[in-house]
Write a new protein. Structure first.
Length: 562
């Protein structure tokens, strides 16, 4: 992995922030790297406030959406809340249905079957709405390209409100309202909301019309924070506010489903990483292995005993998911080895036996070994379906767009995408995709890198620095965890491999400074090289190891170089 030491920000800006904020230049540089240039911006960054949420009515079509929902309340119409089967979609359905039920009993939910219906608005879902006399469908985390299906619903006298965050096509569906900040004609100030975030803006608008205080909506933010973390959207601007308050709810009064997933509380504070690596995979496992309805049921359950039963079932789905993931990854890696001479710019693998619910995870796993844009295909009915992941800086969606002649459909964004095609087009598509990637990808994009924000000596790691760094959280895209470089480090002789032997644990000193415990996941193979070294360099983030009520400073190693 290449260590990329970021260039120093503007000296005058750093000096200004240092003076105005009364902080060390190191902190000022971290703020400047995050686009913060003035005291007022820093204040909003360090003290996120619900008062800084944007007016939801700035979003195109919001007025029409609220009017139609109010009409449904008044007419006592049945409303179907429809959402995708992933974390963003199921949290959005849980949020919207829970809120609407505080105003009407006439609310149903629908999550499409991943295998029988696929992604997005489905004909089966519309027929379900029709069978249950629903006059309105609210689609969340999907729908912005569902032109024909919205038209189909209108033939059954069913109206649509779409809450999406994906990039629209040239034409929008003829819905009552299409809420999507990425619409070309939408002047909403923040463009990076997730699907659940757009759903939250809709309930905020309904509450605003009804003179309901914003504070009443805060308990829903644990769902929004979970979706923000899982969907890997930027954690800046409005998303930072929503995630910040959502994490407060998760740590103080989480809904029964999230509480059941965490089980006995072992940490004094759950951060966004705990949500991403503990809550999100289990919610996702329901839709990947069984059905997304399980996730919605868990997230809307108000009885803790029932929530624990559902969480236990979902834990079994997650165990199956891990087993599929492990086995398919091994098979795919062998396939790459067998075909190594074919291509070095992209990975495209296929087996008709691979489980469709985990191929996206497998694509991410393959990138850990072969760092390049990756597509993993499997059989899906009469078609082949693929999930793709990219490397930073390479636009996967754009590359697929240049292969559109071979596909039935595709969708996604720069970092991740999905597609379907006819089996007879697979080889031609594969050849074309690999050509496109070879033409467009830059050599540096094929080498993993880690962005290092600053060099640091261990004596600079003080309780004050740690307190301030904690206020930079929640971390995520556009606000990454600060990574530091320290040279001339030595292990004090306690270095060992832990876990299954693949993880590294060291006790490090730098000059005559205080020593720090350090853990490096998947860095165990470095131990033999470090044993006989008087000094080496490390890049790391500064963590607090918080377990069973005790908190200690621990360095999270990201790389080691002799």
């Amino acid at each position: 992995m290449r260590w990329n030491l970021l260039p120093k920000p503007n000296e005058a800006l750093v000096a200004s922030l240092t003076k105005d904020l009364g902080v060390e230049p190191l902190i000022a540089e971290l703020l400047a790297n995050r686009g913060i240039t003035a005291y007022a911006e820093a204040k909003k960054f360090f003290r996120p406030s619900l008062d800084d949420l944007h007016d939801p009515f700035l979003m195109q079509d919001m007025e029409q959406a609220v009017q139609r929902i109010e009409q449904a309340f008044q007419r006592q119409e049945n409303i179907l809340v429809f959402g995708d089967y992933d974390v963003d979609g199921t949290t959005a359905v849980a949020l919207m249905s829970s809120y609407l039920k505080t105003h009407t009993e006439n609310v149903l939910t629908y999550i499409p079957d991943r295998y029988n219906e696929g992604y997005g608005v489905s004909k089966q879902g519309i027929d379900y709405a029709d069978d249950n006399d629903c006059a309105l469908i609210i689609a969340l985390d999907c729908g912005v390209k569902s032109i024909e299906l919205v038209e189909y619903a209108s033939t059954k006298n069913i109206d649509f409100i779409i809450c999406d965050h994906h990039l629209p096509g040239l034409e929008l569906p003829q819905a009552v309202a299409v809420l999507d900040p990425k619409r070309a004609d939408c002047n909403y100030p923040y463009k990076e909301l997730c699907g659940c975030g757009v759903g939250f803006k809709l309930i905020q608008a309904i509450a605003q019309k009804r003179n309901q205080p914003l504070q009443d909506l805060v308990p829903y933010l644990d769902l929004v924070a979970t979706a923000i973390g899982a969907d890997i959207v930027p954690i800046n601007g409005e998303n930072r506010i929503l995630a910040y308050y959502g994490l407060q709810i998760i740590n103080s009064e989480p809904r029964m489903g999230i509480k059941a997933i965490f089980g006995e509380k072992k940490k004094t504070y759950y951060d966004i990483a705990d949500v991403v690596f503990t809550v999100a995979p289990r919610i996702n496992a329901a839709g990947r292995i069984k059905h997304g309805d399980y996730a919605v049921a868990l997230l809307t359950q108000t009885d803790f005993i029932e929530a624990k039963k559902l969480a236990k079932e979902i834990e079994l789905f997650n165990a199956d998911r891990r087993e599929f993931d492990k086995n398919i990854t091994e098979e795919a890696l062998q396939q790459i080895i067998d075909n190594q001479e074919e291509n070095t710019h992209a990975t495209v693998v296929y087996s008709e036996t691979w489980h469709k619910g985990v191929i996206g995870i497998v694509a991410s796993r393959l990138i850990e070994t072969y760092y390049r844009p990756t597509l993993v295909f499997t059989k899906s009915g009469d078609y082949l379906a693929a999930s793709g992941r990219s490397v930073p800086g390479f636009n996967l969606y754009q590359a697929l767009h240049e292969c559109k002649d071979f596909m039935i459909q595709f969708g996604g964004h720069e970092a991740a995408a999905g597609l379907t095609l006819l089996p007879e087009n697979y080889l031609a598509f594969k050849k074309r995709f690999e050509q496109v990637v070879a033409q467009q990808i830059q050599p540096h994009q094929l080498e993993p890198e880690i962005n290092v924000e600053n060099t640091l000596e261990f004596h600079q790691i003080t309780p004050k620095l740690i307190r301030i760094l904690k206020q930079f959280a929640p971390y995520g895209p556009q606000n990454p965890t600060p990574i530091f470089l320290t040279k001339n480090v030595r292990d004090t002789g306690f270095g060992k491999c832990i876990g299954d032997g693949s993880h590294l644990h060291l006790f490090l000193k730098n000059h005559d400074s205080q020593g720090f415990s350090a853990i490096g996941f998947h860095l165990g193979d470095h131990l033999s090289k470090l044993k006989n070294q008087t000094s080496f360099s490390v890049v790391y983030s500064i963590d607090e190891n918080d377990w069973n009520g005790k908190s200690t400073v621990q360095l999270r190693l990201r790389g080691v170089k002799v």
